[in-house]
Design a protein around this ligand. Sequence first.
Ligand code: MN
Length: 234
Amino acid sequence: MSLVIAAPKPVLLPVTGTADLFPVRRVYCVGRNYAAHAREMGFDPDRDPPFYFCKPADAVMPVAEGAVLDLPYPSLTANYHYEAELVVAIGTGGANIPVEQALDHVWGYAVGLDMTRRDLQIGMREKGRPWEIGKAFDSSAPIGPLHPAGTVDGMAEAGIWLTVNDTRKQDSNVSHLIWSVPETIADLSRYFRLEPGDLIYTGTPEGVGAVVAGDLIVVGVDGLGTISARVVTR
Ligand code: MN
């Protein structure tokens, strides 16, 4: 037997400080997981159950430490938004994972960006349609190197921030997550059997906004370093 077309290349994330690589399987994202962001999007953050959307694995754009990613301005939008996020990488799969055991399934953490065509997302949302064209487009998931879970402390209380052209736009703390990382893993694993290689973008704090070609985005999570991306014309 032979392949009738070339197999897609796997998406591989560098592991910080090593030559090792982490293969990406699926990308789950949590919606409205910081109260102040839910409010800025016009919702009452009343601790409704978390909800999820997905991006294709090949939307993931690894960014090396110290590098500046060229981030193409996507087609068909006039409101291209950044969202700073803590990303969790699953190393051990499972379904119906108890919250007390959830962190045992985490391989590592990274800084990520959930890039969004906000106009298309809101247009679809208002019609009760799926969000894919607003969320799951090419290059919509930049991510920094993975940090193994055993090498980082205090992820539950880490600062998370984002600047555009050196102006601070987002400035929050992972402790403000409505659904914590263990709670999110436990809940998500009720709907999907999580598998090694899955990524979870855990949600963004308040302060989201638009960028245009030429803008420089820098995102950081305390303990995980920073990643940089320059918005460029396609
Ligand atoms: Mn998001």
